[in-house]
Design a protein around this ligand. Sequence first.
Ligand code: F3S
Length: 437
Amino acid sequence: MSFANEVKMDLTGEERSILEGIQGPVPQKILKSVIMYGEAFGADRLLPITGASHQVISLGSPGLALYYGIVQQFVDAGLKLDQPFTVDPRPIHPAMVEAGLMTQAGFDFMKPHQEAYEKQLMALGLKNEDAFTCTCYLEEVGNIPRKGDVLAWSESSAVVYANSVLGARTNRNSGGLDIMCSLAGKAPRFDLLTDEGRQASWLIELKTETLPNAQLLGSAIGLRVMEAVPYITGLAELMEGLPQDARTAFLKDMGAASASNGAVGLYHVEGLTPEALDQGQALLKPGFKTFTITEETLAATHANYPQTWDEPSAAPDLALIGCPHLSLTQLEQWSRALLAALDQTGRQRVGLKTALFAAPGVIKAFEAGEPVLLKRLKTAGIGLSPTCPLMFMNNPMNTFKAVITNSNKLRTYSQTRFLMDEEVLEAVVTGGLKGGA
Ligand code: F3S
């Protein structure tokens, strides 16, 4: 029996003919892989993808040779994505060497693999040379899904943003499947691509006096609901008066923390996010559970983070800020805050090597719009990088370093220590931790 006859999901005539090889062996294998993936998750059919792709594998590394071999088959078959796409941050960039985050030798070792992989991505329709960031949905990058768009993204922080803030529809796919779904132009219909899958099984009641730290709030939500969909009340009221870009930056950081500390792919915020505005509490499933978050909940969440430094009392070596990548407003705010803190203490340079991470397009906009700030940052020893702090930490050469961050995603996947923004600021200026080393 042919594979096409074994498939349980409904297929169109066109899909069946691709499975029978009418477009050649590579599209046939791609569609077969997409269908097998969908069937494993109980998909009933394939949906046409309507938005541009964003892919998670951005790394040119000798360890991924098998994957590049598969991608080369796509290139050799002359395949190209329908719409220009974006990819996660580059692992290396000359700015890393400049900021002292990477040695020239490490950069030279990685460069040939990175260049070869980027050529493959360009052949498949990469948007442009600057299309490397996890915040592809920012204006400066321009891969902004529309409400209702069907996608097949994998980067967890981008998935949760696209679903929740923009009202697009994508599951949390994986590297490799994101590109295959996009080349096939189809996404298997299950979970977050269905109306039922987008309903909330948790009501999160936020009852804090003031707007909490986004990263801590996302962490508390993710740790409680894991992969379920939460419906959050009490947050929109605390955001009243905030400019739009501050709101979306907050939702970006909260979502990334919930997606990494748990596995949230979609959240609804009452009175704020598109589906909650349309449907309100009708989004809550019968029998939903309730979790109330107060200042005490957040303090307990923070206090329970494991201490992962090899030397707990070590003075920090490095501060990494911008996971997910900073928006332009956040980059400007961090720059001004760091420089103001230095001015207050009469210091010229930071006490701790510090890097701010943002999309290439955001860094270019900052460089063009804030030349004076840029010059001062350089003098103060603060680097701007379009790379990914997690890829930096995954380098075995860096795991032994004592690194602080304000990112809960980075804390979760590496040995970095999470600090609140004010604590990071103080540590960067003084070079030490309050009450510690
Ligand atoms: Fe982005 Fe890298 Fe963090 S991809 S979300 S900066 S881990």
